[in-house]
Design a protein around this ligand. Structure first.
Ligand code: DLL
Length: 433
């Protein structure tokens, strides 16, 4: 483990801020010098990097969005010659042109150290065996965690996603201590433990490092009880670096510590773009402070959360667990709702499993929401006869908790498709109706 790298992790707040401001100034100047997009965007706004004197000045600089990355596909946002790039990752491109991100050798080192720091902050120690069930490939989850585990001095088991039967065997046979996986896929793994009649609680796992998708406290409780471990939230996005932008630490659970020595966070009003005061909920925006291949200035993540003061042993600010992405917000007859809010409501009914899908249609001019949710496997035939009353009950709970009228369908255990990575919670059939 590179201890020197982590000097700022426990610095005083004043020390952290001083380093941050220096790094912010040089990173913004570097982006302007090396990347045509930033030069054009700053020039159009009538700004020079030297206009950035204090943190507050950053608010005058233009945002960067996914559309900018798409317009510069594949390598237009890079600040270094292609020959200096040692790794490429890319988003899937299911919603349009894929976006590509690149890393120099130095970027990979910083990223690996940040993931190592995240694992350590969650309670990992050198010598732990870490089962990585995030997908390997262009997605940053698998390889991001992999390099972090190695930098930490742990043993990595590069399982990737899928082959769930084999995941269970590997975890049990190798005696892994830590699992890194999306929360929805960890539930599918828990189901597979049950199916094979192996006790997940006795498998030896101590810690789960779960992220890449929104999840609720109720989901966390389900995972912890069934697997007999502590589950910690890890956050990140490929455009900023990948996993390891923020981490829920063992000494300050309930929110994620942002690795502010490398990424400067802001919260903005998604409608107006105005920076919001600390503590208010809005869209998270990041400026990279140390990235070489692809510096990023004021990147709009579309993720909704709020900033919180530091807690525990670190001087960095924290953020609430992500409520959802602004793109995932459904507007059902004028009421805004996120899948995580439905997840929290479903958890109130102990006979239902945390496997659910939301389907949105627009038969006329108005959106309609259907919620499909499974009975727990231990629910018997008498429960199945209870479909209609349970559906009515859940409908009432959803209405009462969120104000949305939904059609609820309770389905048999194992009916809904399981995720092997990021869960698809919303099936949007609007436009096709
Ligand atoms: O999901 C990186 C990652 C891999 C994070 C493994 C954590 C663990 P992308 O595929 O670029 O990168 O997707 C980024 O996923 O903007 C959020 O909307 C969502 N997301 C990531 N982590 C969390 C989390 C990876 N802990 C997008 N909670 C982000 C909620 C998350 N949403």
């Amino acid at each position: 483990m590179d201890r020197k790298f982590d000097l700022l992790e426990h610095a005083s707040n004043a020390d952290l801020r001083a380093h941050q401001l220096d790094r912010l100034k040089s990173s913004v100047a570097y982006a302007y010098e090396k990347v045509a997009h930033y030069r054009r965007a700053f020039d159009e706004a009538g700004l020079k990097p030297s206009d950035l004197v204090s943190f507050d000045d950053l608010a005058r600089f233009p945002f960067t969005t996914k559309d900018h990355l798409r317009a510069n596909y594949p390598f237009g946002m890079f600040a270094v010659p292609e020959s200096d790039i040692v790794r490429l990752h890319a988003s899937s491109g299911t919603t349009g042109q894929a976006t590509v991100v690149g890393y120099t050798k130095a970027d990979i080192k910083i990223w690996s150290n940040l993931v190592a720091r995240s694992i350590r902050a969650a309670g990992g120690v050198p010598g732990d065996k870490v089962h990585v069930a995030y997908g390997y490939g262009l997605f940053t989850g698998g390889l991001g965690l992999h390099y972090g585990v190695e930098a930490m001095g742990c043993t990595v088991i590069p399982a990737s996603g899928g082959f769930t039967e084999r995941q269970v065997k590997l975890i049990a046979d190798f005696g892994s201590n830590i699992i890194a996986v999306t929360p929805s896929y960890l539930l599918a793994i828990a189901d597979e433990f049950d199916r094979q009649g192996i006790s997940a609680r006795e498998a030896g796992l101590r810690i789960a490092i779960c992220g890449a998708e929104p999840w609720t406290d109720a989901m966390r409780e389900e995972i912890e009880t069934r697997m007999g471990l502590q589950a910690f939230d890890i956050y990140g996005l490929s455009e900023v670096i990948g996993p390891g932008v923020g981490q829920e630490c063992a000494d300050s659970r309930g929110a994620l510590t942002l690795w502010e020595d490398h990424f400067y966070p802001e919260i903005i009003d998604p409608e107006t773009g105005q920076v919001l005061p600390e503590g208010e909920e809005g869209e998270l925006v990041f400026t990279s402070l140390t990235k070489e291949a692809m510096p990023i200035v004021r990147y709009r993540t579309r993720d909704l959360t709020r900033l919180l003061p530091p807690a525990g042993s670190r001087p960095m600010r924290r953020m609430d667990r992500i409520k959802g992405r602004s793109d995932d917000m459904l507007i059902i007859r004028g009421v805004n709702i996120f899948p995580t809010q439905i997840e929290a409501v479903l958890a109130q009914e102990p006979r239902l499993a945390p496997h659910y899908v939301l389907e949105v249609t627009r038969p006329g001019n108005l959106d309609e929401l259907a919620v499909y949710v499974e009975w727990r496997p231990e629910a018997g035939a008498s429960d199945a006869a209870d479909n209609a009353p349970m559906a009515r009950r859940v409908q009432g709970l959803i209405k009462g908790n969120t104000g949305v009228s939904a059609m609820v369908k309770i389905v048999d255990p194992g009916t809904l498709e399981r995720s092997q990575g990021k869960a698809v919670r919303v099936i949007d059939k609007r436009g096709k109706a």
